[in-house]
Design a protein around this ligand. Structure first.
Ligand SMILES: *Cc1c(COP(=O)(O)O)cnc(C)c1O
Length: 385
């Protein structure tokens, strides 16, 4: 029997080759590669329309988007309350920009920062909140907005997972003072590498636009900037992917539903009850969210997290999956308050506990049904060992 290829947490979506090549031909015709060319203008316009936002700047990646947001909100030297349960870039960007991350633990029944814990962490030095819509599931944006208003804090959202998620009639990216997204190849929408900064305020948008290209317009020099520009080559990929985004989400939804069905026997019941194995997976998290936010709420199916009752069972499932050459990711471990280069961070028991039990299963638009079934069967068997 031919050995099938190993399966990783995701595979990038590749648009039809002729559509991408048509865009590359445009680049050859215009002979223009970077410095805000016609393709980048077109992509930025397309993204503003798709998301329904007025101000959006595309940049070289999600991490520079975060750095620009932190820098332009002037957070150097100040405390920024953030979540320990996220990809390291959310927190390393704060450190890189000289801000001081202060961790607030996650909600007891979810993956995102807990507004009650934010309130406890506020000090006279707090200047901002950096929330992350983990797995594309919305933070408690209303509660966070209220806290920010009461304490005069800025709000940044790392919405790297949230492209395409809609919440209360708006793109989830249209929240906070600034939201950023990543268009990395592994994200639901991508341009190979890339990212964007979305903000509400026209003046801040203008300053971010300047900052991403050295802080000058021709001969007028405003302030020191950096080079965070995207290019025509990345715009070509983004433009070829964008029209297919709705069908990609729909195909990912089908993959998630097949996982839901395959894991249904394990899911739902509380751990320790004998039968109950997985306490929560994406569909339950989004069901819980739908219950708390009736109305317009649409998920982008960006990740398929499963949470095991304990670390031992999670690691056993990972070992059995590795035997069939399936390699999910422990998104997110470690809990970032335990980063080796961060001394004296307060413990975050919920996040630390979640980090030891979670796995994101392979998810892409064309994941084969047989592989999904094999993964579900392997996890089920591992849980019963
Ligand atoms: C991917 C990711 C980033 C970084 O985005 P890049 O485009 O890879 O720089 C930041 N935060 C989160 C939560 C991410 O998942």
């Amino acid at each position: 029997m031919k050995k099938r290829q190993s399966v990783h947490v995701t595979r990038p979506y590749l648009p039809p080759k002729e559509e991408f090549l048509k865009r590359i031909e445009q680049i050859y015709d215009a002979r223009y590669l970077t410095n805000q060319g016609p393709l980048l203008d077109e992509l930025e316009g397309g993204l503003r329309d798709f998301l329904g936002v007025r101000h959006l700047q595309m940049v070289s990646n999600g991490t520079t988007a975060l750095q620009l947001a932190i820098h332009m909100l002037d957070l150097r030297g100040k405390e920024v309350i953030t979540t320990p349960y996220t990809y390291v870039a959310s927190v390393s960007s704060l450190l890189w920009e000289g801000a001081r991350p202060v961790f607030a633990d996650i909600e007891p029944d979810g993956f995102n920062i807990d507004p009650a814990e934010i309130e406890k962490a506020i000090t006279p030095d707090t200047a901002a909140i950096l929330g992350v819509h983990v797995y594309g599931l919305p933070c408690r944006v209303e509660a966070i907005e209220e806290i920010a208003r009461a304490h005069k804090l800025k709000v940044i959202y790392d919405a790297a997972h949230a492209f395409g998620t809609r919440y209360q009639g708006r793109a989830l990216l249209d929240q906070g003072d600034v939201s950023i997204c990543s268009f990395h190849a592994t994200k639901v929408f991508h341009s190979g590498e890339g990212g964007c900064v979305v903000c509400r305020d026209a003046e801040l948008d203008r300053r971010i636009e300047l900052a991403r290209r050295f802080g000058h317009h021709g001969d007028k020099y405003f302030f020191p900037g950096i080079n965070a520009k995207s290019t025509e080559l990345h715009a070509a990929m983004g433009l070829a992917v964008l029209p297919h985004f709705p069908e990609v989400v729909e195909l990912r939804r089908k993959v998630c539903e097949r996982y839901d069905a395959g894991l249904a026997a394990l899911a739902g019941a509380e751990s320790g009850s004998g039968a109950g194995i997985l306490r929560l997976h994406a569909s339950e998290a989004s069901a819980a969210l739908s219950a708390r936010t009736p109305g317009d709420w649409q998920y982008n199916y960006s990740y398929y997290p499963v949470v095991f009752p304990d670390r031992a069972m999670r690691d056993r499932a990972l070992a059995r999956l590795a035997e069939i050459r399936v390699f999910p990711r422990r998104y997110f471990e470690p809990s970032l308050n335990q980063l080796p280069y961060l001394a004296n961070s307060a413990p975050c028991p919920r996040s630390e506990n979640m980090s030891g039990r979670v796995v994101c299963l392979p998810l892409c638009h064309d994941l084969e049904p047989e592989i999904i079934d094999e993964i579900c069967a392997t996890i089920s068997a591992a849980c019963r060992e």
